[in-house]
Design a protein around this ligand. Structure first.
Ligand code: TYC
Length: 102
């Protein structure tokens, strides 16, 4: 078989923009047992928040039931959610962080 006369352009020539990786939300869920101060400590340690940011996020979850904390790539979001949930568990609290695609 001979090569086709009209060749398609290589993929590198396409005009489509490179796609950003999808982002995942990390969501803090309220519960009735974890002390407020402990939630604040975890938010500061795992999500690099300062005291007032962490307090505001904790109070939002406390009052509304849940609060979006931050968005990351899927891997980072899942790792941080797991790490933060595990900190609660290790201290006997049901503190829970989940992830959701944006
Ligand atoms: N509701 C908890 C309490 O009253 C505090 C708390 C806030 C727990 C936010 C979890 O995501 C949370 N001690």
């Amino acid at each position: 078989m001979s090569d086709p006369v009209v060749k398609t352009r290589p993929k590198t020539d396409t005009k489509t923009k490179p796609q950003r990786p999808p982002l995942w939300k990390v969501i803090l869920l309220n519960d009735d047992f974890t002390p407020r101060e402990f939630v604040v400590q975890v938010l500061k340690a795992v999500f690099r928040m300062n005291e007032s940011q962490a307090y505001r996020v904790m109070m939002t979850a406390h009052q509304k039931g849940a609060c979006v904390i931050a968005v990351y790539t899927r891997d980072v979001a899942e790792t941080k959610a797991k790490e933060a949930t595990e900190l609660g568990r290790a201290n006997g609290y049901p503190l829970y962080f989940t992830t959701e695609k944006e």
